[in-house]
Ligand binder design. Structure first.
Ligand SMILES: Cc1cc2nc3c(=O)[nH]c(=O)nc-3n(C[C@H](O)[C@H](O)[C@H](O)COP(=O)(O)OP(=O)(O)OC[C@H]3O[C@@H](n4cnc5c(N)ncnc54)[C@H](O)[C@@H]3O)c2cc1C
Length: 381
């Protein structure tokens, strides 16, 4: 939604939209069909500043705020959900964790390479046996002299195969201590025992890299610990708050992308002697999608604005993600419906938008988890 109040945000939206139209949109359908991560796009994303959105300039990044981050992800998603997921997860999760909680040494080592696209970031919380109940994770880190030994398996990890480094959450305390016993570590690709064990094939976001990764007897120095020992879970909740704003933005971009196509198609497709856009049934689908997506955009920018002001935004980020992801799925589904049979085949992009949008209801906390977060805040006051 073009309601940006600040001139720099307006200019940013315009330039990212143009970039995505020229460099991403023409290839998105092919990348999806090939189910291949587009390595060739990475230097272009970096040049555009999209791999170091929040990274301060002193570490080679663009040093932008959360509202700018949401604008970037939304505009990339208008063209392609997979690339938006890459941009959102790289900036918000792996890189975001180091930026927020990493040591100066870690920032100097990883952030310039992340911003330049030399190293993409992965971030590994989810395990085969624990997703929503993240504190039940079983990957372990045990002390070994002056370092640590990591063991365990993580799944659904974005950039799991193509990432240059991975920030992971592991149990350092006893299982009963649940949240208090979790610590974050950063591991470089190529470290002995750290492997991408399975490439996962998906419903949507097919050209985003998703993998199962394993840590077998992986030895890291204590300098690989990110943040304080036992503080990993609390820190992770903060990372997810920001990440949810970016997934909401991704949903909005996909919704608007599908709506733009529906409007265009409805005006040129005829039935019963007139354009289908003249039927009220079609108009209402378009109107509902526009109203819901604009509402989602306002919720998302409110959450980002609060984050930029340093005010609490956990509940607002959860509301934005919940509403935006469900609104986007409805908008994309409506767009497929308006395209009729052409919406169901690959010739038009809208079936891809619908498949990609569904991820936004699941990743970085399902809709049910967002409702839990919102209700917890409501009931605790
Ligand atoms: C494409 C993709 C990319 C991803 N990228 C990453 C990544 O980079 N890093 C990472 O760590 N993870 C990643 N994930 C994992 C994602 O965050 C999890 O899939 C998600 O949090 C849900 O966990 P789960 O799959 O284990 O589902 P579960 O937690 O097993 O949930 C199954 C169902 O039960 C519901 N449920 C669970 N608990 C409750 C409850 N208390 N009340 C009501 N309903 C409940 C859920 O909402 C869901 O509907 C990714 C996932 C996908 C699909």
């Amino acid at each position: 939604m073009d309601f940006d109040l600040r001139e720099d945000h307006r200019l940013l939206r315009h330039s990212v939209r143009e970039f995505a139209r020229a460099e991403i949109a023409p290839h998105a359908q092919r990348w999806d069909k090939e189910e291949r991560f587009p390595d060739e796009l990475v230097p272009k994303l970096a040049k555009m500043g999209l791999l170091g959105i929040r990274i301060p300039e002193e570490y080679g990044g663009s040093g932008m705020d959360m509202q700018a981050y949401a604008i970037c992800v939304e505009e990339v998603a208008r063209a392609d959900g997979s690339t938006a997921l890459t941009v959102a997860s790289h900036n918000g999760l792996g890189t975001g964790h180091l930026l927020t909680f990493g040591s100066e040494e870690q920032k100097r080592k990883y952030l310039p390479k992340a911003a330049s696209g030399q190293w993409l970031a992965a971030w590994a919380l989810t395990e085969p046996g624990s997703g929503s109940d993240a504190a039940a994770l079983r990957t372990t880190a045990r002390r070994d002299g002056d370092g640590w030994i990591l063991d365990g398996t993580k799944t659904f990890i974005t950039q799991g195969s193509v990432g240059g480094f991975c920030v992971l959450l592991a149990r350092t305390g006893r299982a009963e201590s649940k949240q208090q016993g979790i610590t974050a570590f950063v591991v470089d690709r190529g470290t002995a025992g750290f492997t991408a064990s399975k490439h996962l094939l998906k419903l949507g976001c097919r050209s985003s890299d998703t993998a199962e990764i394993s840590f077998e007897n992986v030895r890291v120095p204590d300098s690989a610990r990110v943040g304080a020992e036992g503080h990993g879970f609390v820190d992770t909740m903060q990372i997810l708050d920001r990440g949810r704003i970016s997934i909401a933005a991704m949903a909005i971009g996909l919704g608007y992308g599908a709506l733009d196509r529906a409007v265009e198609y409805a005006k040129q497709r005829t039935a019963f002697g007139k354009a289908i856009s003249e039927f009220q049934a079609i108009q209402w689908m378009l109107a509902d999608a526009k109203a819901e997506l604009d509402a989602a955009a306002l919720l998302t920018h409110r959450a980002a604005w609060l984050a930029d002001r340093g005010e609490p935004f956990t509940r607002e980020a959860a509301m934005a993600k919940l509403f935006a992801s469900e609104a986007a799925t409805r908008a994309c589904n409506g767009s497929v419906q308006i395209h009729g049979g052409y919406g169901y085949v690959r010739e038009f992009d809208v079936e891809r938008y619908l498949r990609d949008a569904k991820l936004c209801e699941i990743g970085e906390g399902t809709s049910e988890v967002q409702r839990m977060v919102i209700a917890k805040h409501l009931l605790s006051h």
